[in-house]
Design a protein around this ligand. Structure first.
Ligand code: CO
Length: 462
């Protein structure tokens, strides 16, 4: 394989989601757009993941307006988003009418590439979003969530990618959300996919363990088409590897990216200043070697710290870290990514603190064992299932098959404050958060305070 390695820049989505709690505002993105647009990136990841929720919940920004503003500011470069399959940009399954309308509007407002994944790698939870994105004319990138377990070998990932190819994927993404992929594993997986499937392959990794740049180099040798990077000042730590280092490392080789290091340096200087303005959310620069030892993402370990500290039980941390792989095995080895990482982590804490495994069970673990998140990758421990849900049979079909349509009710709720058709979707996804946002937007524009009654009751701080 020769020819330039293409780069996707994630600074405006995963970069600040990983390092700055997703807090970067649109006004800090647009001033650098002309330069970012001139680099020649394969694409820019700018939307989806947690950005939608955070816009509405914390920033008082309309995510749809952000998307249109970004589209306008980047006339040359393809724009892409991360979509959690049937969960869209939320944390639960949404009915099909909501999924259809959301994907249609996302493409209609300017996205070129839709990257679709499911936390359990359950293709049934990805199918509808993939179909709609393709029908709307977008590039459909289907994702394999990369994880380590006795059942997740090369053959498993290749079979999964082949199934996604059969479902009409235009390209395959290997999503290494915890930074677990070793350089050798990246080489072997990319080589198999490139040899056995006639599709472009993109690798998405996180710098968390310090291996990602090495994995990209080996993936480039194996013929990967595109890798995900961030501008250096918002790279590394739990973000993506830095763009500039890869550009320099490949110079003069047959995978030379041809990108301009001087221009990238100017962009890095801009984001260095932006980052400083978000210092209160900044996770800082650190390597998490815990990932290498426990195969548990750094975010989970810091959650354990705070959960156990609340219970005055920090001394139980080693037991919890040992319990995580056992819970994961009981649940059929789900990849640890939103929302399965939260389900496994919380249950591990309960199992340790309750003194008996599965004596106390979270409602999420119960729902998982009923099949309400989808089909686990491996076999669930039958004793654990019996202990939690008794003789009840898990559902065998798609979780969304059990949901009533949601658009009509969302429309009813959004109607008094509506300014655009997309408002209905915001409400369908996050009923309380979005309705409050729409009310406040209307108050700001009309001077009529819709929250006055609630404020009088003291619901909101002054
Ligand atoms: Co990521």
């Amino acid at each position: 394989m020769s020819g330039p390695l293409a780069l996707t820049d994630t600074t405006l989505r995963d970069g600040h989601q990983s390092l700055l709690a997703t807090r970067m505002r649109t006004r800090d993105m647009l001033p650098i757009a002309e330069k970012l647009d001139a680099v020649g990136f394969h694409s820019l990841e700018v939307w989806g993941g947690a950005t939608f929720d955070v816009c509405l919940r914390f920033l008082g920004e309309d995510p749809w307006e952000r998307l249109r503003a970004i589209r306008k500011a980047f006339p040359r470069t393809r724009l892409q988003m991360l979509l959690r399959g049937q969960n869209l940009v939320g944390y639960r399954h949404y009915p099909d009418d909501v999924v259809r309308e959301f994907v249609k509007r996302a493409v209609g407002n300017g996205l070129d590439i839709i990257r679709v994944f499911d936390a359990l790698n359950d293709c049934r939870n990805m199918a509808l979003a993939m179909q709609v994105a393709a029908a709307e004319g977008a590039h459909v990138q289907a994702t394999v969530c990369y994880t380590l377990s006795p059942i997740h070998d090369l053959d498993h990932f290749v079979a999964l990618a082949r199934e996604l190819a059969g479902m009409g994927a235009h390209s395959i993404c290997i999503k290494d959300m915890a930074g677990l992929i070793t350089p050798q594993a990246a080489y072997e997986l990319v080589l198999r996919l490139k040899t056995e499937l006639a599709l472009p392959v993109q690798l998405h990794s996180h710098y968390t363990s310090g291996m990602a740049s090495m994995a990209y180099l080996k993936a480039a040798e194996a013929g990967v088409d595109v890798v995900d990077v961030a501008i250096s000042s918002l790279a590394m730590s739990t973000s993506q590897p830095p763009a500039e280092s890869l550009v320099a490392a490949l110079r003069g080789t047959d995978r030379d990216t041809g990108l301009d290091l001087g221009l990238l340096a100017e962009i890095a200087e801009y984001f260095r200043k932006v980052r400083a303005a978000y210092a209160e959310y900044d996770v800082g620069q650190q390597l998490d070697t815990g990932v290498l030892i426990y195969q548990i993402p750094g975010g989970m370990i810091s959650n354990f710290h705070s959960q156990l500290a609340e219970q005055n039980a920090l001394d139980r941390l080693p037991e919890v870290l040992a319990e995580v792989p056992r819970v994961r095995a009981d649940l059929g080895y789900p990849p640890l990514v939103t929302p399965s990482s939260q389900i496994v982590g919380a249950q591990a804490v309960l199992n340790v603190l309750a003194g008996e495994r599965y004596r106390v069970v979270s409602s999420e673990t119960r729902a998982y064992l009923k099949g309400l998140y989808g089909r686990p990758p491996g076999t669930v421990n039958p004793e654990v299932r019996r202990k939690v849900i008794g003789d009840e049979q898990p559902i065998a079909d798609r979780p969304a098959d059990h949901l009533e349509p949601g658009l009509e009710e969302a429309h009813r709720q959004a109607a008094p404050y509506m300014e655009q058709a997309e408002d209905v979707l915001s409400v369908a996804l996050f009923p309380q958060v979005a309705t409050k946002f729409l009310q406040e937007r209307m108050a700001a524009r009309t001077g009529v305070d819709w929250n006055l009654a609630e404020k009088a009751k003291g619901v909101y701080p002054a």
